[in-house]
Design a protein around this ligand. Structure first.
Ligand SMILES: [Zn+2]
Length: 132
């Protein structure tokens, strides 16, 4: 990865993130101010509520995208941005230009997309509480 290009990917990622969060954040911060109470143990619950709120407001597709953007930003911090998460080969810059939050190379992405549909189905089943 050409490190000189990192800042441009970083700003692209932050722009995508801001676009995704923009309206949601404003709405949530307004309602949060009304209900915020000075309790020491509220942190975990508040974080969870915030996550749930974001998921609901963004919808499944944008939520997945936001997570990918966050992972890409973490990778930039760790210094392994632009490396395929599966095969550890460099992701072509042409691909990162189009999709700066890509975490797989083209080959691994097409394999991953085939499996993704099954994964989404199974993760949604975790919500049902059946103790029969
Ligand atoms: Zn790969």
């Amino acid at each position: 990865m050409n490190s000189e290009k990192l800042p441009s990917y970083l700003s692209k990622l932050q722009e995508i993130r801001n676009n995704l969060l923009g309206d949601v954040k404003k709405t949530f911060q307004t309602s949060q101010e009304e209900t915020l109470e000075p309790q020491a143990d509220i942190a975990d619950g508040a974080a969870q509520a915030y996550t749930n709120e974001l998921m609901t407001s963004l919808g499944e597709q944008d939520w997945q995208k936001l997570k990918q953007v966050d992972e890409a930003l973490e990778k930039i911090n760790r210094g392994d941005y632009g490396i395929c998460s599966t095969c550890s080969k460099p992701i072509p810059e042409a691909r990162l230009d189009v999709m700066p939050f890509a975490k797989f190379c083209v080959e691994c992405m097409s394999e991953h997309e085939n499996q993704a549909e099954n994964q989404i189905d199974s993760s949604e089943e975790e919500d049902s509480e059946e103790n029969s």
